[in-house]
Design a binder for this molecule. Structure first.
Ligand SMILES: *Cc1c(COP(=O)(O)O)cnc(C)c1O
Length: 412
């Protein structure tokens, strides 16, 4: 008999997006098989086509792969030097942050990197995560056996939940107890809010004080427009001693289907054995990657590199301007509908408070049935998300405008 990993059975049934899909399908079926003008603002996937620089870089790389002299087989597991250098220079050194190419690990996605990182962490860590939260962090810890059992409220017994709400500006207070691993995501999915420099400084100082590691997800870094809002945890002094950073080309370059991302692991970052012996995190991550991963396709790495050229930067800026233009329209529409709105200025998500006393799924159903718009119920991201819904700005301009109007036409 083959036995299964019983941790998988602890995952909460009815993961958020399948439940949304089920409700949308039921509505469509009940409407006779199609709903005129149904607009999806639910899943955080980009909608606009790949920039031309990216397509040109891919075509060129495909041609190189077609000639014996320039054909490439297995590449370095950590990523090609050309891309790691472009990242270190373009995202860090040019902005005064000391990150070298050999601290960059190229991968096929931040979702996988955040999950895979658990391979090199021990099993007895106290793990803290924000609530509401990107569900991947919770579920991967459940699968690994780090989370314990779920209570009646759905929270896992061994996780430390860091509440994020309007009172703390959606940046959690430091935990009262000592934790070892802290997930932070800024700009934040789902709330669309950011952390200030002083808030991140407090977290870095906390982590250094107790030897904790911060897993910093900066997938939306490119959406930051305020110059005083940090785009990287490494803008904070001391972060090289306590943090890793996950970045992705999914949301800036439109690579959700193309797949390329990277993780920054500073050489100076260490963790310890139970006996107190210190080891390099970078060495373990490198070992993990070279054993379980064979790198990202050459063609895709050339495509990612093109985002750092002058034309690439301009085209990324245009994509972001498009989505953030949508965000402004959606924020405005929701406000005019009388709702309280958070986020949406440095991130492509709008976090909207429900009218008093109405639950997330009730509001989800009402927006679906009355406005024919699919949003994401806040409670799907954690207990603290109850009473909110998320609108994604990843859409066409026409759809964003239409959603903004329909929200105003609803009787709230
Ligand atoms: C979209 C997203 C990512 C990116 O994931 P990929 O696997 O690189 O596509 C990472 N973190 C968060 C919070 C996201 O929303």
């Amino acid at each position: 008999m083959a036995y299964l990993n019983e941790n998988f059975l602890k995952l909460k049934a009815g993961y958020l997006f399948p439940e949304i899909a089920r409700r949308v399908k039921a509505f469509v079926d009940q409407s006779g098989g199609s709903v005129d003008g149904l607009i999806r603002c639910g899943i955080g996937d980009v909608t606009e086509p790949l920039p031309s620089v990216v397509r040109e870089a891919m075509h060129k790389a495909v041609d190189e792969m077609g000639k014996r002299e320039t054909f490439r087989g297995y590449g370095p597991e950590q990523g090609y030097e050309f891309l790691r250098s472009a990242i270190a220079e373009g995202d860090y050194r040019s902005r005064g942050i000391q990150i070298s190419p050999d601290e960059i690990f190229v991968s096929d996605g931040s979702k996988c990197d955040t999950a895979n990182f658990l391979d090199i962490l021990g099993g007895t860590n106290r793990i803290a995560m924000m609530d509401p939260v990107y569900p991947v962090y919770v579920d991967t810890n459940v699968m690994n056996g780090n989370a314990g059992d779920a209570g009646v409220d759905g929270r896992f017994g061994n996780l430390v939940y860091l509440n994020c709400n309007p009172e703390n500006g959606f940046c959690p207070e430091l935990p009262k107890e000592k934790v070892d691993v802290i997930y932070l995501c800024y700009p934040n999915n789902p709330t669309g809010t950011v952390a200030s420099r002083s808030q991140l400084e407090r977290w870095v100082s906390y982590a250094r004080g107790c030897g904790a590691i911060i897993l910093f997800d900066a997938a939306y870094a490119a959406y930051v427009s305020d110059s005083d809002v940090p785009r990287s945890i490494f803008e904070i002094d001391g972060a090289r001693e306590c943090a890793v950073e996950f970045q992705s080309f999914s949301k800036n370059g439109g690579f959700t289907g193309t797949r390329c991302a990277f993780t920054v692991v500073p050489k100076s970052l260490e963790f310890t054995t139970r006996a107190g012996e210190r080891h390099s995190v970078s060495a373990l991550w490198s070992r993990r990657q070279s054993t379980k991963f064979n790198g990202v396709s050459y063609i895709i790495q050339r495509a990612a590199e093109s985002l750092y050229t002058t034309d690439g930067r301009r085209q990324v800026a245009e994509l972001i301007e498009h989505y953030m233009g949508n965000a402004a329209i959606l924020c405005d529409g929701a406000r005019k509908a009388g709702l309280t709105v958070f986020g949406g200025t440095n991130a492509p998500y709008i976090w909207v408070r429900n009218p008093d006393g109405i639950s997330s799924w009730t509001v989800f159903d009402r927006i679906l049935h009355e406005a024919r718009v699919v949003v994401t119920p806040g409670v799907g991201f954690g207990l603290q998300g109850e009473g909110y819904f998320r609108i994604s700005a990843f859409n066409s301009r026409a759809n964003a405008e239409e959603v903004a109007e329909r929200l105003q036409r609803m009787i709230w």
